[in-house]
Design a protein around this ligand. Structure first.
Ligand SMILES: NC(=O)c1ccc[n+]([C@@H]2O[C@H](COP(=O)([O-])OP(=O)(O)OC[C@H]3O[C@@H](n4cnc5c(N)ncnc54)[C@H](O)[C@@H]3O)[C@@H](O)[C@H]2O)c1
Ligand SMILES: [Zn+2]
Length: 363
């Protein structure tokens, strides 16, 4: 994939926004004169808040609000705290929120921005690989409930996304690997050439630490995701955006059951592995294709030996999956590959088949 530009446009019916790959410099294209700005960061990503606020000259007031890092913070209570911090700062309807962090920060800040005074503007400045390739674009926001992930949420698009790959230098290795799960997801479901590019590049030693490789993967992923979101902004049933949930129905269940010890990307990698085995059972793709997927995940340090699923049972995962937002009338609806670079929705999947695929992977 060759995406050479310094930015791409997320083109939507009602409003388009830029995704910049050139770090924080393009912030100057979006003057903030006279505006009140709340930067939201977690306890790790707050280290970059000075770099962001230095770019906000002319703003009326800028403040950074920091919450404890981790998925356990992705709650309604934290979203309410963000709104209260905004009130204290004097944010009105023309204020701006800036999400500076990974997917947790982005989902929380976007959610808070979508409900604060009935909705205000926000920017995404992603700092994790996962957020750069996936969660910062597309407008899905949300928080978790004890019963499941992202059960409260809105569609609220950012006004701009600024990607600074330098930030990845401090991202812990296991989080870098976790971000690759979403990258592999694009290859499997949408683009065979991209999948093969990943297979080739990940043969090279230390590919995951190579900034040029990461930059190219980020551009390719944003391009693919933007193209899907443009065609199906609100994830209409049966339309293309649903394909991006590949691995996620299994993954969300595993995340919740592990009390979030499994990282989102690890859980998605595990979920793609199970879905891949299920697709073999249904004769949708070959054993060889499933093996290629598993080999690629292992090269991303997302093989089954790279994380701990020992506490999961097939029955518990199935029960948790029944809560998924995508199911209708209690019937399981799953994204399954039909080849490398192609996938479709399987409806009415029988519980016994799901259990068999789960047992295969969990044994
Ligand atoms: N909205 C969407 O479309 C969408 C898509 C995919 C995932 N998600 C959500 O994203 C979340 C997962 O995202 P995530 O993996 O980025 O989680 P995260 O935000 O918790 O970040 C992972 C960890 O890395 C740390 N971190 C982030 N950037 C860093 C940096 N540059 N240097 C040092 N540490 C850094 C964070 O503090 C955190 O501890 C999940 O809640 C998932 O549901 C949302
Ligand atoms: Zn995901």
């Amino acid at each position: 994939m060759n995406v050479d530009e310094d930015m791409i446009w997320m083109r939507l019916e009602r409003r388009s926004y830029p995704i910049y790959f050139g770090g924080l410099r393009p912030i100057c294209n979006h003057p903030v004169d006279g505006r009140t700005i709340l930067v939201v960061a977690d306890s790790e990503t707050a280290q970059y808040s000075d770099r962001v606020t230095a770019e906000l000259a002319g703003a009326k007031a800028v403040s950074t609000w920091v919450f404890p890092a981790g998925e356990v913070s992705k709650t309604l209570a934290t979203a309410v705290e963000i709104c209260q911090a905004a009130l204290r700062l004097g944010c009105g309807r023309d204020a701006l929120f800036i999400a500076l962090g990974g997917g947790v920060t982005g989902d929380l800040t976007g959610f808070a921005a979508s409900i604060y005074m009935r909705g205000i503007e926000f920017w995404q400045i992603p700092t994790s690989l996962l957020a750069m390739v996936d969660s910062s674009i597309g407008g899905k926001t949300g928080v978790d409930l004890p019963n499941g992930k992202n059960l409260l949420g809105t569609f609220h698009q950012p006004a701009a996304v600024f990607i600074e790959t330098d930030f990845l230098r401090t991202l812990p290795a296991e989080h870098l690997a976790a971000g690759m799960a979403e990258v592999v997801k694009y290859g499997v479901t949408l683009d065979r050439a991209f999948f093969m590019y990943l297979e080739r590049e990940l043969e090279l030693p230390a590919a995951l630490e190579d900034q040029d490789f990461l930059r190219s993967v980020i551009r390719g992923s944003c391009y693919l995701k933007a193209n899907i979101v443009r065609r199906d902004e609100y994830e209409t049933r049966g339309a293309v955006r649903e394909l991006l949930n590949f691995g996620h129905t299994f993954g969300h269940a595993a995340e919740v059951l592990s009390d979030y010890r499994l990282l989102h990307g690890q859980a998605v990698a595990w979920g793609m592995t199970v879905a891949g085995r299920l697709a073999v059972r249904f004769g949708r793709w070959s054993k060889a294709d499933a093996a290629r997927l598993e080999a690629l995940l292992a090269k991303c340090r997302l093989g089954r030996e790279h994380y701990d699923c020992s506490g999961l049972s097939a029955e518990a995962v199935l029960a948790a999956m029944r809560l998924d937002k995508k199911n209708r009338d209690g019937r399981l609806r799953l994204v399954l590959p039909t080849g490398i670079g192609r996938a479709s929705i399987a409806k009415n999947v029988a519980a016994d088949d799901v259990l068999a695929a789960l047992r295969e992977v969990l044994q």
